[in-house]
Design a protein around this ligand. Structure first.
Ligand code: GAL
Length: 651
């Protein structure tokens, strides 16, 4: 697989006279790809039915003539003003019933049939014009589904579509739905599907089964919206199709959408994410202000490698300060290069910088580009050029299967949001805590979907927080060769959000443990772990033993304790190669448990110095220093923003 670079370009923002020079400079910088068009609907179709293709033809021709490969975006994230005159009810409504109106972007409801027809029409026109021939090397559908909180809509269109979705799911049998949801509780039973409202504007919380069904429906609407575009593009073009996903946007099932696409890509803004998306502590926000969190980008690289079933890109890479975070510092010199190599270390094919030139107008005036608004080089341009040069020495890579698999399930994320049981308890955070602990142990990780049924070759498989587990996954985990870590909350609900009563969770064959009660804990009441478990087969340490916080379950059964609280309650228990963890462990506790499981699996670990991370491809080993100061590491002193790439001796 070739490693390449690119950028995001908006020819409609610039005088046509400078396009050629821009294209030449992109090529001279060593960029191969240029993404265009994803917001250009108002220039392609100036009034309904009036198509202005000529400028786009010339722009594409100019870029292709400079030997650049074009990614053409479908413009459906930015319906023009005339569109909302034609479809005044096309907007999404927020939870309070407020319209999310015109004047920025993503002002549409995924369920609005009229807008969907307009999208099919414009995509059909684009596909017919640019599909044949070889000018378009790849497509992007829409832009960042879900961005600005736009997956879930409480519109009338959404309600109609939801009712039909429920009718399908429950075989048009309203009593089946009433039973599945437990609607006898609080006299919530329905006579007809048409009576079912969306789960907002209720007096107190809606039935969690109702809300979870609505979250699943909302995700399915994104998937079918995307699929309509994909089907049209494929009918006219052989070029691969991508979508650009985001960091910590989890409102739709990316694994499902990824199955309809050829390439997963995501938009990586390491400094922009730090406060709101990572949720870093104030100390870490300061420590990593110019470098970004050491694990957040890596996590998404691994996640989108799974979503893309191996093929993935960074479609937008932060090149300097952004405009949209609470604070927007400039990256440390070298970080743009660093982030690019980090993506390649995780198997990215292509990294594109957002954007080519800083725009002097509109919402993103303060967002850096590779060029300044006056067209002079911005600092990131030199770093991109440097990576392009370095790629001549390391032009391609092969990704190897990692020794560790970590399951990420969007359905579980919604279920935890619907019923967190304690303030701020989040599945995403729980999975991130496991991911961080693995990285601190120097491990290379594959994130896998909950539909994975083959775990051959994984020494360690982690499935934290999978609140509903499909039978296929359960069986696959029961039969896996490696060490399996489940819990907390694994298998805690059936498909309709009820607690299983025939066999209490987690109901794993061969693991004699049942969750008999649960509690969530205030942040100021963590429960201390014991230094060594009573039967002393588990991990022992002379360091502080760690705590369980946030959430804890009471267990019953004969599985052997591996971790216990200081007052003797089992926290992690094992039978054979399966371990269940009944609480949310802090970093120390989690590291103890994972170190123990790795030792049992004969998987070597190497504790990383603070801020240092490592990853292996099939042939290379990478080392990264995420700190703003030099640090010691197993491969020598690493200066700030250091990237070390070494061949692996596979013999
Ligand atoms: C992304 C988006 C781009 C641009 C960028 C600014 O989320 O896809 O269009 O807005 O953010 O950082």
């Amino acid at each position: 697989m070739q490693r390449t670079l690119g950028t995001c370009y908006y020819p409609e923002h610039w005088r046509e006279e400078i396009w050629e020079d821009d294209a030449k400079r992109m090529a001279q910088t060593g960029l191969s790809w240029v993404r265009i068009g994803e917001f250009a609907w108002s220039r392609i179709e100036t009034t309904p039915g009036q198509l202005q293709w000529e400028w786009l033809d010339r722009a594409i021709q100019t870029l292709v003539s400079a030997d650049l490969k074009v990614v053409l975006g479908t413009p459906t994230a930015t319906p023009p003003r005339w569109m909302v005159d034609r479809h005044p009810d096309m907007f999404a409504l927020d939870q309070n019933g407020q319209i999310r109106g015109f004047g920025s972007r993503r002002h549409y409801c995924f369920s609005h049939e009229g807008y969907r027809a307009e999208c099919r029409r414009i995509v059909q026109l684009l596909a017919e014009r640019y599909g044949p021939g070889d000018q378009i090397a790849a497509w992007q559908t829409d832009n960042e589904y879900g961005c600005h909180d736009t997956t879930v809509s409480y519109s009338t269109a959404a309600r109609h579509a939801f009712v039909n979705w429920l009718r399908d799911r429950y075989g048009d049998d309203i009593s089946a739905l009433n039973k599945a949801w437990g609607n006898v509780f609080w006299s919530m039973e329905y006579d007809r599907f048409e009576q079912i409202d969306l789960p907002n504007l209720t007096v107190t919380e809606a039935n969690p089964a109702h809300t979870q069904a609505f979250r699943r429906f909302s995700s399915d609407q994104v998937i079918s919206f995307n699929k309509e575009q994909v089907d049209i593009l494929r009918a006219h073009s052989d070029a691969p199709i991508a979508h650009n996903y985001m960091g910590r946007v989890t409102d739709f099932d990316h694994h499902k959408i990824g199955a309809d696409l050829d390439i997963a890509s995501w938009d990586s803004y390491p400094l922009g994410f730090l406060e709101d998306r990572v949720g870093a502590t104030p100390d870490d926000q300061r420590r990593y202000a110019r470098q970004g969190d050491p694990d957040f980008q890596a996590f998404h690289h691994d996640l989108y490698r799974a979503v893309g079933r191996g093929r993935w890109w960074v479609m937008e890479q932060q090149p300097g300060p952004v405009n949209w975070a609470p604070y927007n510092p400039a990256p440390l010199p070298g970080m743009v290069r660093f982030w690019t190599w980090e993506a390649f270390a995780h198997g990215a094919e292509t990294v594109c910088y957002f954007r080519w030139r800083q725009a002097p107008f509109a919402q993103e005036q303060l967002h850096a580009g590779l060029l300044r608004p006056d067209s002079a080089d911005a600092p990131a341009l030199e770093e991109a050029r440097q990576v392009a040069e370095e790629l001549t020495e390391a032009p391609s890579a092969a990704v190897a299967q990692a020794p560790v698999a970590l399951i990420f399930d969007y359905d579980a994320e919604w279920a935890w949001q619907v019923q967190p049981h304690g303030a701020g308890l989040s599945y995403f955070d729980l999975v991130m805590d496991h991911y961080r602990a693995l990285r601190r142990l120097g491990l290379t990780i594959d994130i896998v979907p909950p539909t994975q049924t083959d775990f051959t070759g994984y020494a360690l498989i982690l499935a934290p927080g999978l609140i509903h587990m499909a039978d296929e996954l359960r069986q696959a985990l029961e039969g896996a060769e490696g060490q399996v870590l489940l819990g907390p909350r694994s298998g805690a609900r059936d498909a309709d959000f009820n607690i299983p009563t025939t066999t209490l969770p987690p109901a794993i064959d061969g693991l004699d443990v049942r969750v008999i009660a649960v509690e969530s804990l205030r942040p100021d009441m963590p429960v201390a772990l014991a230094q060594v478990p009573e039967n002393s087969t588990g991990p022992s340490t002379s360091a502080p033993p760690g705590t369980v916080g946030k959430y804890m379950e009471m267990l019953e059964g004969t599985a052997a304790p591996v971790l216990q609280t200081a007052d003797g309650r089992p926290v992690a228990v094992s039978n054979g190669s399966t371990t269940y963890c009944a609480g949310w462990l802090d970093a120390t506790g989690l590291e103890r448990l994972l170190t123990h499981l790795c030792a049992t699996a004969a998987l070597p670990v190497q504790r990383m110095p603070d801020g240092v991370r490592t990853r292996k491809t099939a042939t290379e080993e990478f080392w990264f220093n995420h700190l703003a100061k030099p640090t010691d590491s197993p491969v020598g002193v690493l200066p700030p923003a250091a990237v070390v790439r070494r061949p692996i001796d596979n013999d």
